[in-house]
Design a protein around this ligand. Structure first.
Ligand SMILES: [Zn+2]
Length: 250
């Protein structure tokens, strides 16, 4: 049978001299791994539309145990991301997070596709500071894949009226300064503006999620928190994150 969908190429791997296996985050069919044949040939009609980070329309043949791309048409290539190592590294880290958090052929990936397309667009157009974009993406993708943290009240005494909170990855949320003594796990003190930024990235409406600002000196604080939460939920370090940190300029 044939399926038609749009999607973003989030991984590519050469499987022979001429063919590659691409991983596509589709709108309607979850994550699909499909063969793209003869795509190293520049004249091939699927050459540009099956490149990493290309957002395309696909017509895919679904066999008994494999998918093969019949036709594909590029809608947006995010080409500019390839010309900047820092942006490319961040884009690849976003793709890696999706690969690690979203099960293959899990349906309802429309919002996740929207999240990464928006993020890549903002990254390519430099509309948002990369560090804030990264933290927001991290919190949002975790929330969308079953790890939504509690950022409203103390995870221990349930009090929401306290002034001072700590972020504790272990409990997937915040703990007040009175209860924090009981926690030996990793804990990071939250300033008011960072707690606000965290809440914003997790709970705001989709089209407003990037619309907050944070002082430069607080951005590292936010980043430390979101990375600690990524580490807790994934239970491993991602090489793409290590690479991004190596190439990042500020
Ligand atoms: Zn408490």
């Amino acid at each position: 049978m044939q399926i038609r969908t749009d999607g973003l190429i989030i991984k590519e791997k050469l499987v022979s001299e001429d063919d590659k296996l691409v991983t596509i985050l589709t709108r309607n069919f979850g994550i699909i791994r499909a063969f793209a044949q003869s795509v190293k040939n520049l004249k091939n009609k699927n050459f540009s539309s099956t490149q990493l980070l290309c957002y395309s329309d696909f017509i895919i043949f679904k066999g008994r145990n494999k998918y093969i791309i019949n036709e594909s048409y590029s809608k947006h290539s995010f080409w500019s991301l390839r010309c900047n190592i820092e942006k490319l590294a961040l884009a690849q880290y976003f793709c890696d997070l999706i690969l690690n958090l979203i099960a293959e052929e899990q349906h309802h990936t429309e919002d996740i596709l929207r999240l990464i397309l928006n993020s890549l667009y903002y990254l390519s157009k430099e509309k948002i500071v990369p560090k804030l974009l990264k933290s927001t993406f991290e919190m949002r993708i975790l929330s969308m894949s079953g790890y939504m943290p509690n950022l409203i009240y103390c995870s221990n005494c349930k009090d929401s009226g306290k002034k001072n909170f700590y972020f504790v990855p272990e409990v997937h949320g915040i703990v007040c300064d009175k209860c924090i003594r009981n926690y030996r796990a990793v804990k990071i003190k939250l300033t008011e503006s960072v707690l606000y930024a965290l809440r914003y990235s997790v709970y705001s409406e989709f089209n407003k999620m990037f619309a907050f600002s944070l002082k430069l000196e607080r951005q590292d604080e936010l980043s430390a928190i979101t990375e600690s939460y990524i580490l807790k939920c994934l239970e491993k370090n991602l090489k793409t994150l290590d690479f991004y940190k190596q190439v990042v300029i500020n």
